[in-house]
Design a protein around this ligand. Structure first.
Ligand SMILES: O=c1ccn([C@@H]2O[C@H](COP(=O)(O)OP(=O)(O)O[C@H]3O[C@H](CO)[C@@H](O)[C@H](O)[C@H]3O)[C@@H](O)[C@H]2O)c(=O)[nH]1
Length: 479
């Protein structure tokens, strides 16, 4: 029987179910897990997460979703693709080649005698699957995992031409509705590449097909942009700001197992309050070998305590760990540090290979600052913990996020890139010291504490984000 032909009466007796589909990457999966938890725990609404990927699930991914109904789709091999792939195209490629298995997964749930799917929620790269939800008569939504600023830019994209990004003048200003103007050089990298731009325009054109767009942000964080996005305009679906949906400490233990034993948390226990800079470039970010050396020597020059999550370098792309295809994971990242660095900084600094329980680290009272690649989840996790930032964007929309953090939110410092294309050790030393000890650092911390208060308020019992989730849950329960 066709799902959409099930008699209304029969459909109403079935349990409502929301199906979510993140695109590949932990930065897309984690906020959808947080959203699912709110729907299931607070609203007793069933959720199944359908997960496309390129590799069989890792142990970390399996642990992350263990308390949620989920389906890992068959991996799409990337072996035919170039060895220096572009992240945005790889993600789009994976979704495109997963369409047959997405269809099978949705059909098997939709035709079951237990559930009626009342919403299909994808992220910004998942809109190609709207054809399938539409065939099955399932309402489609987008969960936008990045900033409202980036969402506002997405609505401009269908009118955008590659030539607009090909300006020699990198200081030319781009006006995104509701936002402060940003320099051309700070636009998401992909928009300067024809192939990526065209793929993104295709995604953006399908945004209007969604019944609503759920955003992981809140008014106090991006007031101008959210107000602008909430203006009713033809072709623009309603916007639901539900953020910050961030990986929180209590839940982190569930996500990654019992991390209380992680060596970095034990080390943090021994450091003075607010004294440690956390350095981490997200799930996919990598530095070049030369940049690793500069960062190490810069941290040393700053004379501050630090906890650094280091990945093996990649001299071609700065997203070297996003997909495993290009990352030499066999090399111990510590081998790329300058000679004698670990010994010289012993006691004052700790270097951890590849992964640390970030949410627990940021919640630790010894943490006084965060040097981040500006992934949106990392920024939100800093906000909920009141930790001010050093913005070191690497790829995707991270430069736009860095502008937001430093110029709009005013909670971070951004080091300058030197002539060789590297952030040099002297600059790192100065900026780190300024954040951790300087007057400017104090102001940023103060502002971040204000944002933290606002974040606590909006996700509280009567908060605006709680209310938005309630409205969505009610609509999806009765759908
Ligand atoms: O050692 C680590 C590294 C990361 N994380 C977690 O992994 C997530 C990383 O997310 P995010 O900070 O957003 O970075 P990416 O994984 O790089 O996220 C991708 O997705 C984001 C949301 O769309 C975009 O903002 C980024 O540019 C894009 O690279 C966060 O929850 C971190 O707490 C850890 O727990 N331990």
């Amino acid at each position: 029987m066709e799902y959409h032909n099930k008699p209304r009466q029969q459909q109403q007796s079935l349990e409502p179910l929301v199906v979510m589909m993140p695109s590949p990457g932990k930065g897309h999966l984690i906020p959808l897990i947080e959203f699912s938890k709110k729907l299931t725990k607070n609203h007793d609404l069933g959720v199944t997460i359908v997960i496309p990927s390129n590799d069989p699930p890792t142990a970390a991914e399996t642990t992350m979703v263990r308390d949620i109904n989920h389906i890992f789709l068959p991996p799409v091999p990337l072996s035919d693709l170039p060895s220096t792939p572009k992240v945005e195209l790889l993600i789009s490629y994976t979704i495109h080649h997963s369409l047959p298995s997405i269809r099978r997964a949705l059909q098997s749930i939709a035709y079951s005698s237990r559930h009626r799917i009342t919403a299909f929620v994808v992220d910004l790269f998942g809109t190609e699957a709207f054809d399938i939800s539409s065939e099955l008569n399932i309402p489609s939504y987008i969960f936008f995992t990045s900033t409202s600023m980036f969402l506002s830019f997405f609505f401009q994209l269908p009118h955008w031409k590659a030539t607009q990004c090909e300006s020699d003048d990198s200081t030319k200003l781009v006006q995104i509705p509701g936002c402060v103007p940003i320099h051309m050089e700070d636009l998401a990298d992909g928009f300067k590449d024809d192939e990526i731009l065209n793929a993104m325009i295709q995604h953006a054109k399908r945004f209007r097909l969604a019944q609503g767009i759920i955003e992981n942000s809140f008014l106090e964080l991006e007031p101008g942009t959210i107000k602008e996005l909430q203006n009713v305009k033809p072709g623009r679906p309603p916007i639901y700001p539900v953020g910050p949906l961030a990986n929180m400490v209590n839940d982190q233990t569930k996500l990654h197992g019992n991390n209380n034993d992680h060596e970095c948390l034990r080390w943090l226990d021994e450091q003075p309050c607010g004294s440690v800079l956390f350095v981490c470039f997200g799930s996919g970010g990598t530095l070049s070998s030369a940049q690793i050396v500069e960062l190490a020597l810069g941290l040393e020059m700053s004379e501050q305590r630090f906890l650094w999550v280091i990945k093996s370098p990649n001299d071609k792309v700065s997203s070297g760990s996003f997909f495993n295809v290009n990352n030499n994971i066999l090399n111990d990242p510590l081998n790329f540090l300058p000679k004698g660095f670990v010994e010289r900084t012993k006691g004052k600094g700790l270097v951890v290979s590849n992964w640390a329980p970030q949410a627990q680290v940021l919640a630790h009272e010894s943490i006084g600052g965060f040097l981040t690649h500006c992934g949106w989840n990392s920024i939100l996790e800093s906000v909920v913990n009141g930790v001010s930032l050093i913005a070191w964007p690497l790829y995707a929309e991270q430069k736009m996020n860095a502008v937001l953090v430093t110029r709009d939110m005013k909670v971070g410092l951004r080091p300058k890139i030197g002539e060789e294309g590297l952030v040099e050790r002297e600059e790192i030393g100065i900026v780190v010291k300024m954040l951790m000890e300087g007057e400017e650092g104090k102001k940023l911390r103060h502002r971040m504490k204000e944002l933290r208060e606002a974040a606590i308020e909006v996700v509280g019992e009567n908060g605006s984000s709680t209310k938005q989730i309630e409205d969505l849950a009610l609509m999806w329960k009765n759908g």
